[in-house]
Design a protein around this ligand. Sequence first.
Ligand code: ADP
Ligand code: ZN
Length: 432
Amino acid sequence: MYWEKEIETMSREKLEELQLSRLKESLKRASRSFFYDKSFKETGFNPDKVSSLKDIENIPFTTKDDLREHWPYGFLAVSKDELVRMHSSSGTTGRATVIFHTANDINEWTNLVARSMYMTGMRKSDVFQNMMTYGLFTGGLGFHYGAEKIGALTIPAGAGNSKRQIQLMQDFGTTVIHIIPSYALHLIVVFEKVRVDPRKDIDLRIAFLGAEPHSEKTRQKIEELYGVKAFNSYGLSEMNGPGVAFECQFQDGLHIWEDNFFVEIIDPDTLKPVPDGEEGELVMTTLLRQGMPVLRYRTQDLTRIIPGPCPCGRTHRRIERIKGRTDDMMILKGVNIFPLQIEKKLMEIPGVGSNFLIMLEREGFNDDMHIKVEVQKEFFTGDLKQLEKLKRKVVEELKSDILITPKVELVEPNSLPSGEGKAIRVIDNRED
Ligand code: ADP
Ligand code: ZN
């Protein structure tokens, strides 16, 4: 059973005591690494003087650049003999970073993933199909180990090869899938092509959606199209990967596992922590990892802590679904826009399909937003006036939200590039 009741429902007071003792150990381990030894000396931070959780604010932040500059071994806190695995980030925003794990680290990570899956109702009797890339990316092996720990039959399908994915689901009676949300929307078009209805022809009941920002509307769409309950799964390789924060059956925010991570939300400009409820950048500290502790890591992901208890009884706080990365924000004619805002609006419009692509163009001194939007195929076979009407609706709806009039082009299903990995939403052609 992977309901770790004692830990998951521990009183806040006890949980904070546990965090403090784990933090002290984590700091000791971290100071054995080249990077933190240097950083502690330079800033005069003395890990032995930490007596409350508040003292964590004296530790300098760690950034993605720090990890990149100390590639490959600058953060290692144990001898290489102790390591059993490495993973790296997807490199969405530049050169990838690398993380090392000891056998114990893999165990702890596996527990978190198993705990998360169990929380959503997945059990030993389920058949789990993992449609994430295996290899360096953490979404493959991370989930794989968690599912095996629960004892579910695990199909390491990997990413892509859509027809085979559907075949595997049919042949082996898949009940739970792990899938990138943009790929889930893409796959539904393939289901239509091969005339398989995931709601009737397959026994699916749960989907884990992870690796990229998606709106509530997209979740609902996936739930309806597949006939599943879909749970948001958040993680990043620097904090192991999946199993950092996960939705419970109430689907109202993601419990972030505070026995393993110390969590702060900071104002990205002043770098000061903000109170629960306020939006900011998520900052995390590993509390148990031995191979490579990472302290006060600036994730660049924007979210907030949802104040108050969750009806499920778990005491680990919840974060709201990630709004985007600090560097995802587009600034156009002085207006700040996140791709997720556009996704959310588009998904609310009946007739809009699965994929879209934003292009930012500069004409003279003017910045323009061009958006290509896939719509359902009926719009191209029937009365073209309907297509015009839909286009006007898309322009109006977007304008009402982002205050800019985008140039919209409606295109046929599956005509925009769609990979197996994280979706590319924005192409900025404005750079000179
Ligand atoms: P990279 O940072 O290169 O993409 P990772 O593969 O480690 O490498 O991806 C972690 C990042 O993916 C997170 O920091 C976050 O931006 C994004 N991400 C992961 N899961 C989610 C999710 N459920 N919702 C929104 N964003 C997510
Ligand atoms: Zn809950």
